[in-house]
Design a protein around this ligand. Structure first.
Ligand code: 13P
Length: 241
């Protein structure tokens, strides 16, 4: 069975005070050890060290991005080794906000994924289609080509969690239906079986993101190919989760 995975992506939100409040909320929350889910929080880079210092040890910390070069003259970037130095064990890569607003290409996301994995940082790899692409029936083409770019650089997918985040569902309150999400998750799993390996297809966590709340998460979690969530807005409420 695949271990259920819940990530909180704070995006460019929060302050020293509110990040501390969220961490206190998490530190006092009951995470049922029987459920044994993996919980990861991704604050802005400036709060990563603080988060790792204050957060309970059974919750991991993720960056929202990492660069693909080891060190040097890359103003504004953060390296894999710097993340490790701070006790950060995961990074989000390929979020649609970076693909669209920062114009990150598939190939760049692939080299960053390769660098993170080589350096021992696990990757939450985000993929997903726009509304226009969905309406043109291109959803599966889009997500599989996003995966194919990574597969050119990466053979071992055991430290990757795939986050399917349809762009039209992010921050809109328009969550994908259980059928819409399950259909794409199953297609991703089939793609992994044909293009990586049967074993990778069976073991890789495929999580859903896009307007997930405490109300709609239960039905989504019942779908056979949904192995967790990447939560944006709702992860900023300290008492939630
Ligand atoms: P929302 O949960 O705010 O829709 O954001 C989802 C997301 O982009 C997580 O990475």
């Amino acid at each position: 069975a695949r271990r259920f995975f819940v990530g909180g992506n704070f995006k460019m939100n929060g302050s020293l005070k509110t990040v501390k409040d969220i961490i206190n909320g998490l530190n006092n929350a009951q995470l049922d050890p029987n459920v044994g889910m993996e919980v990861v929080v991704a604050p802005s880079a400036i709060y990563l060290v603080l988060a790792r210092e204050l957060l309970r040890k059974d919750v991991e910390v993720a960056a929202q991005n990492v660069f693909d070069k080891p060190n040097g003259a890359f103003t504004g970037e953060i390296s894999v080794d710097q993340l490790k130095d701070a006790g950060v064990t995961w990074t989000i890569l390929g979020h649609s906000e970076r693909r669209v607003i920062l114009q990150e290409e598939n190939s760049f996301i692939a080299t960053k994924t390769e660098a993170a994995l080589k350096g021992g940082i696990s990757v939450i790899l985000c993929i997903g289609e726009s509304l226009e692409q969905r309406e043109a029936s291109k959803t599966i083409d889009v997500v599989t080509s996003q995966l194919a770019a990574v597969a050119q650089c990466v053979q071992d997918w055991s430290d990757i969690v795939i986050a399917y985040e349809p762009i039209w569902a992010i921050g809109t309150g328009k969550v994908a239906t259980t059928q819409q999400a399950q259909e794409v998750h199953l297609a991703i799993r089939k793609w992994l079986a044909s293009n990586v390996s049967e074993q990778t297809s069976e073991t890789t966590r495929i999580i859903y993101g896009g307007s997930v709340t405490d109300k709609n998460c239960k039905d989504l979690a019942k779908q056979p190919d949904i192995d967790g969530f990447l939560v944006g807005g709702a992860s900023l409420k300290p008492a939630c989760e």
